[in-house]
Ligand binder design. Structure first.
Ligand SMILES: [Zn+2]
Length: 443
């Protein structure tokens, strides 16, 4: 049986033989008959399957392969090497599969049909107050129409409706409770605004809402929710700027008993997660937590003090901001997952506020930074900012633009003339409260 066979021989036995062969172990753990005819080509893509009979590679799963063998036309070409037996086997499997699918749909329908939240004998009373026999469900038009004759409403309607509502609510409650118990949903999940909104949404949808599949929940819906959350965060960040915020830590252990510490920002709009750190080696003493937070935010606090302080700060803001970002990266031991969320926030916050053309120009024109690191001038965004500033200071004076950018700036770069003087030389050394780079430019 194991010796090579030509394709004209009994291919069916070749197929079932190959299924037990060690070379064909790359298959999905499934008892689907289709796997007798296919092997996985790529272990990372469970839908990429090669036909063992003809070698064709299909990329949309085992049901496509079965159709290929069964010669079912429509979505895939037919296998040229399938025997009558193979065709029959796969055809039966495909039909069985679609029957199962239909049965599943039917079962789901029947499960739904078991749900009525109105008892038979409710109907009479419902009719008494002029509502419909069937429970009233909102259709798409209901939002646009109102009762034709609202004056006709009887006095007793309100009390009767209240009784109905109570009875209906109890029925819906019992369905909800059963789901909570069977699925092991924690009880506190009920006190959740999203759940309240979900209930409202289903109610507004009316009869027949089809909940999403697990796949939809895992993939597209999750992605959409991440996007929505990001947008919400933008709103919160604006709140931090206008009313301030608190930085909080929250320590807990995961299921593997690792200690995790989360760093969060809290403001009026709510709490936002910033970063998390595994802290198994360290104890959660107040001192440790303080140091961690301090290490991350001390550089930033320096920048903020600079902006708020009395000292002329324009020449230092951008440079110190870059330095702060570098220090945060170092505090996070260059772990991108830790520092990136923080830097992202800093970037959003500083955009247009601390990195205006004026800030960038002041950064370049501050000898403290420039004479220390002349590569600053190679940064195109900085040079663009300089040009923009010059143009704004001397609108339409092309000669001035030319003079400043091509002559003065060059002298500055090369420490020519007064730039070479001691003020500037000293400026390269100290960034302390006595040093004001603006003085250099007051000649
Ligand atoms: Zn084939």
């Amino acid at each position: 049986m194991s010796q090579p066979m030509s394709q004209s021989q009994n291919v069916s036995s070749a197929a079932s033989n190959a299924a037990t062969d060690n070379s064909a172990t790359l298959r999905r753990a499934s008892n689907d008959i289709g796997w007798e005819y296919g092997i996985l080509v790529d272990p990372t893509n469970l839908d990429k399957i090669q036909c063992k009979l003809c070698g064709k590679i299909m990329s949309s799963g085992i049901s496509r392969l079965k159709k290929h063998i069964a010669q079912i036309k429509g979505s895939v070409s037919s296998c040229p090497n399938a025997s009558k037996e193979d065709i029959a086997k796969c055809k039966a499997a495909v039909e069985e599969g679609s029957k199962k699918k239909k049965d599943k749909l039917q079962a789901a329908k029947e499960i739904r049909e078991e749900v009525t939240i109105i008892e038979e004998d409710d109907d009479e009373e419902v009719e008494l107050v002029g509502t419909r026999k069937r429970p009233h469900t909102l259709g798409p038009m209901d939002k646009y129409v109102s009762d034709i004759n609202p004056g006709k409403k009887m006095m007793g309607q309100q009390t009767i409706s209240a009784t109905f509502l109570k009875a209906r609510t109890e029925k819906v409650d019992s369905f909800l409770a059963r789901w909570v118990y069977e699925a092991g949903i924690p009880f506190h999940a009920i006190d959740n605004n999203s759940f309240a909104q979900f209930c409202e949404a289903v109610g507004q949808f009316g009869v027949g809402y089809q909940p999403p599949s697990q796949y939809k929940l895992r993939e597209p819906l999750l992605k959409a929710e991440v996007e929505r959350t990001k947008k919400c965060l933008k709103k919160q960040e604006q709140e931090w700027a206008s009313t301030g915020c608190s930085i909080m830590t929250d320590a807990w252990s995961d299921r593997k008993r690792r200690s995790i510490m989360n760093l969060c920002v809290n403001c009026k709009e709510g709490t936002t997660f910033l970063s998390s750190k595994e802290t198994s080696d360290e104890s959660h003493t107040g001192e440790y937590i303080f140091n961690y937070v301090d290490k991350l935010f001390a550089p930033l606090v320096k920048v903020l003090r600079l902006v708020d302080g009395d000292r002329p700060s324009m020449g230092f803001v951008y440079g110190e901001l870059q330095k702060a970002k570098q220090e945060i990266i170092e505090a996070c031991m260059s772990k991108e997952a830790q520092y990136k969320p923080i830097l992202d926030i800093i970037d959003t916050k500083s955009q247009g506020r601390l990195d205006s053309p004026l800030h960038l120009t002041a950064y370049l024109l501050n000898p403290f930074y420039f004479y220390k690191d002349q590569t600053i001038q190679n940064d195109s965004s900085i040079m663009e900012a300089v040009v923009e500033c010059v143009e704004r200071f001397y609108p339409e004076d092309v000669d001035a633009h030319d003079y400043i950018i091509n002559k003065e700036l060059l002298m500055y770069k090369n420490k020519v003339g007064m730039f070479g003087k001691i003020v500037a030389a000293r400026g390269c050394e100290a960034n302390n409260d006595n040093y004001d780079p603006g003085k250099l430019w007051l000649f």
